[in-house]
Design a protein around this ligand. Structure first.
Ligand code: PHE
Length: 479
């Protein structure tokens, strides 16, 4: 399997940390806690878990099987299964380019905020407090500053590239084995502080109290759509990641077990993120929300209200979000780099990881520069491009949304849907069985898994696609 330039995981634990590192990212920290609270609390969690079992688990298994069976990363894996499936491989490299272009910008913001809080610990001039701005103004000034935002984004891109340069076992695996336990420890410290703040109970209630109200009338459709979209992104599905990681797995590895453990760990961290964030937000008397506003404005306000200890916890939180983000971006850049390596090998050229990493990092750097210069739309870099679409109803107002819409909104659900239909109806049980039952492993729960590939996953994925098109404003339906 593969060659020296391609590489592979050296241990099962290392693989697990890398896969969980990929799954645990901004989605868990700024998406899950709020969505859970706003969509029925504990009741949302139940829906989320059912979806994770029916769809998340099998799609992850399908990606691992395709990767390990072909021994190739996503661009070359699909054509190996049939020339006509090549377009799925192309989707699989397009998605990482689009997602990395904005994910690295958000990762760059984390570096900026971690440093700003660290500056406050030392009462330094480069700290947040020295700026004399309130949190909203600070965020707007930083994101609107093309030069500063681009520099931090590029630092994030370069750090991601450096880890990938090290290869699979010496780069991704070694880094994840240290970073993920560190993230866990930091998260526990922040949780302890958060839940012991006076007034924290309201946050716990917001997140966990079962609330059936959002399910009333057709509201359950909205809950289902939110849970399905969140699960899909949070598990890093449809991004080519798990296909690529699967190609690095030894045949002795139990694929079913890994497809259960990775989603379980991801969900536990998402719930822990809620325990870290929501009690603190409520204790400070603030309103929760989702997305950048929650992470960079609301939470920074929380830290400001904590007095002298605030910057220390602020640094810890933004540093842990940075770790979560970089272990995710690393997995995405590896999809591109390994696809490049496999493609050169197919063309009969000597594979060269260094060259592949430099080229893919430059591509991502270009995308990230565009998104960071746009400043979440504030700097209008998007406007000239939008003009080309004058005849089409406008469903995006910045580059970040546009990249997100094409990838998360369309390509990811479409490619998972097709993959699930292919396994369920065309390639059939033998396709899975041959790969799962390597070296004495047993294909357990076969009937259930096949049912999910044939029916449950396609139906829910169609629903995800529909929900995404509504969310991005391409379909004009109210749910
Ligand atoms: N699962 C990731 C998250 O929750 C999604 C992701 C993976 C994003 C890899 C970028 C890169 O944030």
């Amino acid at each position: 399997m593969g060659n020296e330039q391609r590489g592979g995981f050296a241990s099962s634990f290392g693989f697990l940390m890398a896969a969980v590192g990929s799954a645990v990212g901004l989605g868990n920290l700024w998406g899950f806690p709020y969505k859970m609270g706003a969509n029925g609390g504990f009741a949302f969690l139940v829906v989320y878990l059912v979806l994770a079992v029916l769809v998340g688990f099998v799609i992850m298994l399908g990606e691992f099987v395709i990767g390990r069976k072909t021994g190739k990363s996503v661009l070359c894996a699909y054509p190996k299964l049939g020339k006509k499936y090549g377009f799925l491989g192309v989707f699989g490299v397009l998605v990482p380019v689009l997602i990395l272009s904005f994910y690295c910008v958000l990762g760059g913001y984390c570096i900026k905020y971690a440093l700003a809080n660290l500056g406050d610990v030392f009462h330094a001039k480069w700290g947040y407090l020295a700026s004399g701005m309130d949190t909203g103004t600070f965020f707007g000034a930083f994101t609107g500053d093309m030069g500063a935002a681009t520099v931090f984004s590029l630092i994030f891109v370069v750090l991601t590239g450096l880890i990938i340069l090290g290869g699979v076992s010496d780069g991704i695996e070694k880094f994840s084995k240290v970073a993920m336990p560190a993230l866990f420890v930091l998260l526990v410290i922040v949780i302890i502080r958060s839940v012991t703040l006076p007034g924290a109970g309201a946050g716990l209630e917001f997140m966990f109290k079962p609330n059936w109200e959002p399910f009333a009338g057709l509201g359950w459709l909205h809950v289902l759509k939110t849970a399905a979209g969140q699960m899909f992104f949070s598990l890093s599905l449809g991004m080519g990641i798990m296909v690529t990681f699967g190609s690095y797995l030894p045949k002795s590895e139990n694929l079913i077990k890994q497809s259960i453990v990775v989603p379980a760990a991801d969900t536990i961290v998402a719930i822990m993120a809620g325990l870290a964030v929501m009690p603190a937000v409520f204790a400070a008397g603030l309103e929760p929300g989702a997305g950048p506003g929650l992470l960079y404005v609301t939470l920074q306000t929380v830290f400001e209200s904590m007095g002298a200890a605030g910057p220390i916890f602020g640094f810890m939180l933004y540093f842990l979000v940075f770790i979560a983000a970089i272990t995710s971006s690393v997995s995405l850049l590896e999809v591109l780099t390994s696809s490049f390596i496999d493609k050169s090998e197919e063309k009969g050229k000597a594979p060269n990881r260094k060259l592949a990493t430099i080229i893919t990092t430059l591509v991502v750097a270009a995308g990230a520069t565009l998104v960071s210069c746009d400043g979440l739309g504030a700097n209008g870099v998007w406007v000239p491009f939008q003009k080309c679409f004058e005849q089409i109803p406008v469903w995006c107002d910045c580059w970040l949304d546009f990249f997100d819409c094409i990838s998360e909104g369309i390509l990811m659900p479409v490619s998972c849907l097709i993959m699930s239909l292919l396994i369920g109806w065309k390639w059939g049980p033998k396709f899975l069985q041959d790969e799962i039952e390597q070296e004495g492993n047993v294909f357990k729960a076969k009937g259930f898994i096949l049912f999910c590939f044939k029916f449950a996953a396609p139906v829910i994925l169609l629903f995800v696609l529909f929900g995404q098109l509504v969310d991005f404003g391409i379909l004009n339906v109210a749910i």
